[in-house]
Design a protein around this ligand. Structure first.
Ligand code: HEM
Length: 104
């Protein structure tokens, strides 16, 4: 069985922003939460607001339980493709001058 993870573009995910089809992003994973909308203890509104976009901050801010994460995991359909991931945090070039003088 091939275990290839499907890659989705941001454009494609954005299109799934109506009650008919709700996709969202959580930590670069792509989730089809369409059928979870009605079951969400926090209400469907919250999820619909995040439809087609990234709900990482909202999800983490609430401090969801491990169970919530397990539910989310089961709804995973793929991952956000590399080129659409937030580049953000440029790793600072912490080059310490090593004062490398070759001692002869
Ligand atoms: C698909 C993603 C989500 C899943 C699977 C999910 C799942 C859950 C679950 C299982 C609970 C019950 C408490 C717990 O186990 O932590 C819960 C509660 C809650 N969630 Fe979510 N949630 C999601 C996204 C969100 C988002 C994006 C928000 C906010 C914008 C949110 C806001 C809340 C709130 C406010 C409650 C508390 C409801 C109450 O106890 O009255 N959730 N969620």
């Amino acid at each position: 069985m091939s275990d290839e993870v499907k890659q989705y573009s941001l454009e494609e995910i954005k299109e799934h922003n109506t009650a008919e089809s709700v996709w969202c992003i959580y930590k670069n994973g792509v989730y089809d939460i369409t059928h979870y909308i009605d079951e969400h203890p926090g209400g469907g509104e919250q999820l619909l607001d995040a439809a087609g976009g990234d709900l990482t901050a909202e999800f983490d801010d609430f401090g969801h339980s491990d169970n919530a994460l397990q539910i989310l995991k089961k709804l995973k359909i793929g991952e956000l493709r590399m080129e659409d991931r937030v580049k953000g945090k440029k790793t600072e070039n912490k080059e310490k001058s090593k004062g490398c003088c070759a001692i002869m």
